[in-house]
Design a protein around this ligand. Structure first.
Ligand SMILES: [Zn+2]
Length: 287
């Protein structure tokens, strides 16, 4: 057993071991869609995978997360878990998978995960507060037998067989503040914490105003998303000059985490939650 201090230098070195949380930790915050306060308690769990139960309905059975539960990918990744819907899971799942946690119980109050600051950093900090507990060697994910590519319009995702987990994302926007950005890395817990976790969600001023007016993002605010007005940002400073593409990579990881970390090199060109989760489903059915 290894107990972490708050320092991020003590994350697992790689993803060869199975880890859970060392103790429960709870956070609450505004939900993007409802604007209501959402609450989440992360608990240690021995069985492999990410499992969801309900603080507000403890009698319901636990659900193990799986890409087949994806029911909506427009503004976030939402899951249908038996009779309950759970939205905005991707940043939390990226944090869990990214730091090396392979088993956890997520106890949720309400229909969505708190948005926090729009990045995975607050979840990383919550996990660092309680530390990780080793569960032994992690079962090796079966290697891809062939590349998988999925396409939607000009966007595509591709997964290639690889001994090491490498992720890359590229984005292309007409807005000069974003333009073309590429980010790639060999994923390790430390690289995730330092280079990916702090990157926040971004949106466009006009689109954000429309969604707010339509009541679709009641919890959307300038402290939980970067807002682009074309040539610049409404709420600078950025945490990285290329924060948008790093956030795309964060979303990619969070969506792939529904299937567990792949033994693959994955590239998402103009990725979306729809493409990412479709790839997670394809990775599960190919293994
Ligand atoms: Zn996101």
């Amino acid at each position: 057993m290894e107990i972490l201090s708050n320092s991020v230098t003590f994350w697992p070195r790689d993803y060869s071991q199975a880890w859970t949380l060392n103790a429960p930790v709870e956070r609450s915050g505004v939900g993007l869609h409802s604007g209501a306060t959402a609450r989440l308690r992360l608990e240690p769990f021995e069985q492999a995978g990410y499992w969801v139960g309900w603080l507000d309905a403890p009698e319901l059975p636990l659900s193990q997360l799986h890409p087949s539960q994806v029911c909506e990918t427009q503004l976030c990744t939402a899951l249908q878990l038996d009779q309950r819907r759970l939205a905005t899971v991707e940043h939390l799942l990226a944090a869990l998978a990214g730091v090396g946690i392979s088993s956890a119980l997520l106890l949720v109050d309400g229909p969505e995960i708190p948005l926090m600051d729009g990045s995975a950093q607050p979840w990383v900090e919550a996990i660092a507060e309680v530390g990780l507990k080793a569960l032994g060697p992690r079962p090796v994910a079966s290697a891809l037998s062939a590349p998988i590519t999925l396409q939607h319009g000009q966007s595509f995702v591709t997964a290639l067989p690889s001994e090491r987990l490498r992720l890359a994302a590229a984005i292309e926007f007409p807005q000069p503040a974003i333009g073309r950005q590429l980010f790639s890395l060999e994923l390790t817990p430390e690289a995730f914490v330092e280079q990916i976790a702090p990157a926040r969600t971004f949106g466009f001023k006009q689109q954000v105003e429309q969604l707010l007016a339509a009541g679709l993002i009641k919890g959307g605010a300038l402290d939980n998303a970067l807002v682009c007005d074309g040539d610049g940002w409404v709420n600078p400073p950025l945490r990285f000059a290329d924060e948008p593409v790093r956030h795309k990579l964060l979303d990619l990881l969070g969506d792939l985490a529904l299937a567990g970390l792949p033994q693959a090199q994955v590239f998402a060109f103009r990725g979306s939650h729809g493409l990412h989760t479709a790839l997670a489903a394809a990775l599960v059915s190919s293994s």
